[in-house]
Design a protein around this ligand. Structure first.
Ligand code: GTP
Ligand code: MG
Length: 198
């Protein structure tokens, strides 16, 4: 696993054009700018694989990444919540993301990225409700952990865990990461290795 380089496979703007199902899929979801694309780059060890930007709304399609011999595809998605783009575009992205999350049989896990500085927000709860209803397992991944002090991170992890206990499809373990400092990335890789055998 993770032996061959990760490569871009395809971009999709429309549920009708999804690639045929031939691998388990893992999706990175979360608010705009939370660090989805950056974490995929850290994970794959390829800096420019998924495009990133300090401006929210960088990722505008479902982008699929594959690696030879790895039985799992990684899907980068547009963020929800806010984006610096016209409202009807943002609405279309959100619709695409939610349709994919609730209706893709090969989707094995959603990594739900939460900014360590902000915690779970209202629109994250909406996404969780959708995933609970669709019975799609999601795992919270805290991002940008380099931006807060260790005691604050520890407190956030405990509080977030407590919040997740009440949910139907939430995976109980949280992974704290920093793409900048390469923290939690090996843990995430190990998790993906486990999922790929499901
Ligand atoms: P959208 O595609 O717009 O939804 O955003 P995204 O969730 O893919 O975020 P992206 O990876 O583009 O990162 C957004 C901004 O956060 C960029 O300026 C990144 O450099 C920054 N960023 C991402 N990860 C980290 C991190 O671990 N630490 C710090 N300090 N900054 C980060
Ligand atoms: Mg992105």
């Amino acid at each position: 696993l993770f032996a061959a380089p990760w490569e871009f496979q395809t971009s999709v703007t429309d549920m009708a054009k999804l690639p045929p199902i031939n691998a388990n899929e893992i999706a990175f979801a979360g608010r705009s700018n939370v660090g989805k694309s950056s974490l995929i780059n850290a994970l794959t060890g390829r800096k420019g694989l998924a495009r990133t930007s300090s401006t929210p709304g960088r990722t505008q399609m479902l982008n699929f990444f594959v690696s030879d011999g790895t039985p799992v595809s990684i899907v980068d998605m547009p963020g929800y919540g806010y984006a610096q783009a016209p409202k009807d575009l943002v609405d279309a992205w959100t619709e695409l993301v939610f349709s994919y999350l609730r209706g893709r049989p090969s989707l094995r896990r959603v990594f739900l990225l939460i900014d360590s500085r902000h915690g779970i927000k209202k629109n994250d709860l909406e996404t969780m409700a959708l995933l609970d209803k669709a019975a799609v397992v999601y795992q919270v991944v805290l991002t940008k952990s380099d931006k807060i002090k260790p005691p604050a991170l520890k407190k956030l992890i405990a509080e977030t865990k407590a919040q997740l206990l009440k949910r139907v499809a939430a995976y109980p373990e949280i992974i704290a990461t920093s793409s900048e400092k390469n923290l939690g990335v090996d843990e995430l890789k190990a998790e993906i290795a486990r999922i790929s055998t499901l």
